[in-house]
Write a protein that binds this ligand. Structure first.
Ligand SMILES: NC(=O)C1=CN([C@@H]2O[C@H](COP(=O)(O)OP(=O)(O)OC[C@H]3O[C@@H](n4cnc5c(N)ncnc54)[C@H](O)[C@@H]3O)[C@@H](O)[C@H]2O)C=CC1
Ligand SMILES: CC(=O)C(=O)O
Ligand SMILES: [Mg+2]
Length: 372
């Protein structure tokens, strides 16, 4: 199979869909890895690194999209890229379709088959292709939150760890999954006073067992959230209902009850955001203010640490990419129901329930899509 990896074109996105190691594995399995010239530079991989791994360097994205059977990327295809997708072509990348009608329509119109990293599952109830980037974004969230809290950035001028004689920042993390746990660990490590909210009791029990001495946890109700948010210096949004649009857990009216200069970091922004006032921002212009509260809503946070992120994502995607290339998407998905859960679009039809619900569109079951 010809596996194409174009340069990411989302603003300030420096990750790349295939590492030289992944290109080498693909080559060893008899596939051809087509890498766009310079695609790896942002993550510290040169064209020579890819050539040494057996990949072919291709000058333009247009040529990659024209030649490849499967496109492997990081971010959802941008409008220009969507025009280059074609019927029968396989797309393997993050999609986040629920809050993105324009992208969904373009993918349907293209006739391509699209497998979304973020909805592939594993047999422990996890999301193995989202997890590595959630680990990264979770660990980054207190770092960017601390920066947002600095006075020159519009924040309250509160130091995460405080100093002897002055209390640390109060940090509230809404959602105690992968993002939330990593965020809470780092925020606590910076010396902040951290509380994690989740609505899953088993998850809260786990957090209590493992991190009971490091950070607090509380059951997530509207009342508990409102009370904690009023007192918070930094709130990190980290909820997820897989594939679905994020629930709005802080309303605009609540902002006026918050401390002036408090910061909201909405990691769930890629699923539409979990604060009413969230709108996606970029690394070039990451923060904005609403009613005296600073918002950080970058939808591709891991791009800021492109090398770490590319390696972590590549480790997770490699076995799935090889299966797709070795077997073709139908057989690979037939053999692995977890990979089939990644199928979001096939031949002009949506195949993921939560996306259909979010957008009010009809859905073909993935099992039927396998036969279509
Ligand atoms: N902005 C970015 O660059 C990135 C964003 N993300 C996003 O971060 C979000 C979280 O991802 P993960 O931590 O991997 O998901 P996860 O599935 O590991 O954790 C989500 C947690 O939210 C909890 N939850 C759901 N509804 C809730 C509610 N109403 N109140 C409190 N908790 C609730 C669930 O019980 C679960 O424990 C996702 O939207 C993901 O796409 C992930 C990586 C990068
Ligand atoms: C998960 C995701 O959207 C990202 O890593 O950018
Ligand atoms: Mg994202």
């Amino acid at each position: 199979m010809k596996i194409g990896c174009p340069t990411e074109i989302k603003p300030q996105e420096f990750r790349v869909g295939m590492t030289p190691d992944a290109a080498r594995e693909a080559t060893n399995h008899g596939h051809t890895a087509l890498i766009q010239k310079g695609a790896g530079l942002g993550a510290g991989f040169t064209d020579a690194d890819y050539e040494a791994a057996g990949a072919k360097i291709i000058a333009t994205a247009e040529e990659i999209f024209a030649m490849a059977d499967m496109i492997v990327k990081v971010k959802e295809p941008q409008a220009g890229e969507r025009k280059m997708l074609r019927e029968g072509q396989l797309l393997f990348t993050y999609l986040h379709l629920a809050p993105d009608r324009a992208q969904t329509q373009d993918l349907l119109d293209s006739g391509c088959t699209a497998i979304a990293y973020e909805t592939v599952t594993d047999d422990r109830g996890g999301l193995p292709l989202l997890a590595p980037m959630s680990e990264v974004a979770g660990r980054l969230a207190p770092q960017v939150g601390a920066w947002t809290l600095q006075k020159a950035n519009g924040g309250r001028g509160v130091l995460m760890g405080g100093v002897p004689g002055v209390a640390p920042a109060k940090v509230v993390v809404i959602g105690g999954g992968v993002v939330g746990t990593h965020a809470a660990k780092i925020a606590a490590g910076m010396g902040a006073d951290v509380t994690v909210l989740d609505r899953s009791l088993p998850r809260l029990r786990y957090l209590d067992d493992v991190f009971g001495g490091t950070f607090k946890n509380q059951y997530s109700t509207a009342g508990a959230t409102a009370e904690l948010v009023r007192e918070a210096d930094l709130v990190i949004g980290a909820v997820l209902i897989p594939g679905a649009a994020a629930p709005k857990l802080i309303s605009r009216a609540q902002l006026s009850e918050m401390k002036p200069g408090a910061a909201l970091v909405d990691v769930a922004i890629d699923q539409g955001g979990c604060f009413e006032t969230s709108k996606a921002t970029t690394h070039a212009d990451p923060i904005y203010e609403v009613d005296g509260v600073m918002h950080y809503c970058v939808a591709n946070m891991p791009g800021a640490v492109a090398r770490t992120s590319t390696q972590a994502l590549g480790n997770a995607t490699l076995p799935f990419m090889l299966n797709l290339a070795n077997k073709g998407w139908r057989q690979a998905c037939q053999d692995d129901p977890h990979l089939l859960n990644g199928l979001n679009v096939h031949a002009g039809q949506l195949t993921y329930d939560a996306v259909g619900t979010a957008l009010g569109m009809d859905v073909l079951s993935p099992e039927l899509a396998l036969k279509a």
